[in-house]
Write a protein that binds this ligand. Structure first.
Ligand code: AGP
Length: 372
C-alpha cells in the first residue's frame, strides 16, 4: 500500500532514501567513546582472529559486489590475503580451507541457497564462518559461527540498495576490526577511517539531495540499448553494481568493466553516443589511478561516447571530458563506494520508470533465491 511505501511511489525509492539512516544504524554501538571498534557481539575471540591467515568472502549478486570491495579493505588494513568468490562457484572447485581460514558469507536475506551451501562446505572443511546478514535469525547466521548484523531494516524491493550500503559498512567494520585486533602499521589510518565512517551517513544524505540532474539524465537515455560502466580499484565493483542494477530494473544491456581492461577488448564496443558511466577515484591519495582514468575518459570520448562521470567534488581535471558530471563528496579512498553507488541506484530506478517497467518486482526475479 501507499502507506507502507512511506509516501514514495516504490519501495525502492523509499529504501534508497533510507540509506543514511541504514548506514548510521549499522554503525550504532559499534564505535566506542575512544574511537575504537567494539565488535564483541561477533564472539570470535581476538586470539582466533589473530591466527587467521586467509579470508574468503562468498556471496551472490549485489552482496558479492560488497565482497569485492571488502577485499581491497581487508588486504589493505590487515595484510591478510583475501579472496572474494561467487558463492555458486565456490564449493565446486575444491577450495583450500582450514581452521585458520575465516570465511565471510554476505547475504541480505540470509536464505540464499548458493551462499548457504558455500558456508556449509566451508564449515565441513573446518573453516570459521562469519555471516554479514540483514535478517535476524535467518538460516545463514544460524548456521554460521558468528554474525555481524546489518541494520538496514526490511528491504522489500527486489533490487538491493540500502542492504548493499550496510553490507559495505559491515565489511569495513570487519576489516578495520581485524586490523585493530592484529595491530598493523595502519593503526593511525584505521583510527582516522573509523572517524570518517561516522560522518559518512551525512555524505550519503548530501548525495541524495543532488540527484535531480541524474534523474533527468536517466529519462533522456530511456531509448538506448546499452550502457557501459567503468571503474578502477574500489570503483570497479561499483561499476559492476551499477550495471547489475540497470539489467535488473531497466532490462537493458549493461556491462561493468575495469577501466584498465578497456584496451584489452572492451574499447571495441565504444561507438558514437554509447553512454559510458565512469567512476573516478579521488584525485587525492592514489592519484596515479586518477590520472589513468582521466586518460580513459579522453579515449572513449574521442571515439564519440557520451561520458557520464562520477567524480569527487572539486575534481577539475575530469570536467572538460565529462558530458555529464555527477559530483560526490570527498571520502577516504576505500570508502568511496558508499557515496559513488547512490547515483547509480537512482539512475537505474529512474530509467526503469521511464521505460515503463515494474520497479519493485522486476520480471523473472525473486527477492530471495532459495534454490541453487
Ligand atoms: C540485487 O539487486 C539482487 N536482487 C541480487 O543480486 C541479490 O543481491 C542476491 O540474490 C543475493 O541476495 P542475498 O543478499 O539475500 O543473499
Amino acid at each position: 500500500s501507499a502507506a507502507e511505501k512511506g509516501g514514495y511511489d516504490y519501495f525502492m525509492l523509499k529504501e534508497i532514501a533510507e540509506q543514511p539512516k541504514a548506514v548510521a544504524d549499522t554503525l550504532l554501538g559499534r564505535i566506542d567513546a575512544a574511537g575504537s571498534l567494539t565488535l564483541d557481539e561477533v564472539r570470535i575471540p581476538a586470539s582466533v582472529l589473530r591466527e587467521v591467515d586467509k579470508v574468503v568472502i562468498v556471496a551472490c549478486g549485489t552482496a558479492y559486489h560488497a565482497g569485492l570491495i571488502a577485499k581491497y579493505a581487508i588486504e589493505h588494513w590487515t595484510r591478510i590475503p583475501c579472496e572474494t568468490e561467487l558463492a555458486s562457484e565456490f564449493r565446486y572447485r575444491d577450495p583450500i580451507l582450514d581452521p585458520r581460514t575465516l570465511v565471510v558469507a554476505i547475504s541480505q536475506s540470509g536464505e540464499t541457497m548458493d551462499t548457504l551451501m558455500a558456508l556449509r562446505h566451508a564449515r565441513e572443511q573446518g573453516a570459521k564462518v562469519l555471516a554479514i546478514c540483514n535478517t535476524n535469525g535467518s538460516t545463514i547466521p544460524r548456521e554460521s559461527d558468528a554474525v555481524l548484523y546489518t541494520h538496514a531494516g526490511p528491504e522489500v524491493a527486489v533490487a538491493s540498495t540500502k542492504a548493499f550500503l550496510t553490507q559495505l559498512v559491515a565489511c569495513y567494520l570487519v576489516a578495520l576490526y581485524l586490523g585493530q585486533v592484529r595491530g598493523t602499521k595502519w593503526g593511525d589510518e584505521i583510527l582516522s577511517v573509523i572517524r570518517d565512517l561516522s560522518e559518512i551517513a551525512g555524505e550519503v544524505e548530501e548525495v541524495l539531495e543532488t540527484m535531480e540532474p541524474v534523474r533527468e539524465l536517466a529519462r533522456s537515455l530511456a531509448d538506448k540499448n546499452t550502457v557501459l560502466f567503468l571503474g578502477r580499484h574500489v570503483g570497479y565493483p561499483v561499476a559492476l553494481e551499477g550495471a547489475l542494477k540497470l539489467k535488473e530494473l531497466a532490462y537493458m544491456h549493461a556491462e561493468g568493466f575495469a577501466a584498465g581492461e578497456l584496451k584489452h577488448g572492451p574499447i571495441a564496443l565504444i561507438e558514437r553516443d554509447v553512454p559510458v558511466v565512469v567512476v573516478v577515484p579521488s584525485p587525492r591519495g592514489r592519484s596515479v589511478l586518477h590520472d589513468k582514468i582521466v586518460s580513459n575518459i579522453q579515449e572513449i570520448r574521442a571515439r564519440g561516447a557520451r561520458t557520464i562521470v562520477i567524480a569527487e567534488r572539486g575534481d577539475e581535471a575530469v570536467r572538460p571530458y565529462a558530458d555529464h558530471l555527477i559530483e560526490i563528496p570527498a571520502t577516504p579512498v576505500l570508502l568511496q563506494p558508499l557515496v559513488a553507488t547512490v547515483p547509480l541506484q537512482v539512475f537505474a530506478c529512474e530509467l526503469a520508470t521511464a521505460r515503463g517497467n515494474e520497479v519493485d518486482q522486476p520480471r523473472n526475479l525473486a527477492k530471495s533465491v532459495t534454490v541453487e
